[in-house]
Design a binder for this molecule. Structure first.
Ligand SMILES: Cc1ncc(COP(=O)(O)OP(=O)(O)O)c(N)n1
Ligand SMILES: Cc1nc(C(=O)O)sc1CCOP(=O)(O)O
Ligand SMILES: [Mg+2]
Length: 217
């Protein structure tokens, strides 16, 4: 179930959008995204009530289409909205503590190597976000790209962990990412910067689903 939801995971905040974030999400939903993360971060990001109001509206859209709505970093916001889950990284609130706070909502944890995957699993994460696979323009403090080999390495040692790969993934590389062992791709710019969001999202979805069918996952 989790692996299916991770197939095409759209990560977005107002800073990533060149038009109304609600319109961007609507088109991405029409294109077939399977999970959404509200990541309101970076220069010019909304805060306080404005952030809450935007989150509320985006969450409504996801609810209406049965798409899990995950909040990045902000556990208080996720709890206030009764969101479907939270995503935290290695420098955020500790995953164990987040798990205790959110109960059985989804917990995603960013990882960069096998050791962090093992730690995430012992903190009862539902999935890991592995990246950046390729260089990314969407995260200023991203680590060095780890490449497809890191997906293969982790999959070889942890056969069942749900992995979503993130960082610089495009229509050109999505197939290789799934073939390397990821259960899905998480993207910002491949959707936010697309000229035709609905069509490009649909194409990404087709690429991922086709690669997953061939791999039998
Ligand atoms: C699905 C997914 N994977 C990784 C990340 C990165 O999280 P983090 O390292 O905490 O960095 P920020 O996104 O908080 O800048 C993610 N957000 N989503
Ligand atoms: C939010 C995020 N986390 C990353 C990580 O490596 O953990 S890379 C990244 C940005 C992903 O955006 P794009 O699809 O535009 O490269
Ligand atoms: Mg974070």
């Amino acid at each position: 179930m989790m692996k299916q939801k991770l197939s095409l995971y759209f990560v977005m905040g107002s800073v990533d959008c060149t038009k109304d974030p609600l319109a961007v999400l609507d088109e991405a939903i029409e294109g077939g995204i399977t999970m959404f993360q509200f990541r309101e971060k970076g220069k010019g990001a909304l805060t306080g009530v404005e952030k809450y109001r935007l989150a509320e509206k985006l969450f409504e859209r996801c609810l209406a289409h049965n798409i899990p709505f995950i909040v990045n970093d902000d556990v208080d916001l996720a709890l206030a909205l009764q969101a479907d889950g939270v995503h935290v990284g290695q420098e955020d609130e500790a995953a164990e503590r987040v798990r205790d706070r959110i109960g059985d909502r989804y917990l995603g944890v960013s990882v960069h190597n096998l050791n962090e995957v093992k730690q995430a699993l012992s903190a009862r994460a539902d999935y890991v976000g592995l990246g950046p696979i390729f260089p990314t323009v969407s995260k200023k403090d991203a680590k060095q790209a780890c490449g497809l080999a890191m997906i293969e390495h982790i999959r070889a040692h942890e056969k069942h962990v749900p992995i979503v790969a993130i960082g610089g993934i495009t229509q050109q590389t999505a197939k290789q990412v799934i073939e390397a062992g990821a259960d899905g791709i998480a993207v910002i710019s491949a959707i936010c910067r697309a000229e035709q969001i609905r069509e490009q999202t649909k194409r990404l979805y087709e690429i991922v689903m086709c690669a997953k069918q061939k791999g039998g996952s």
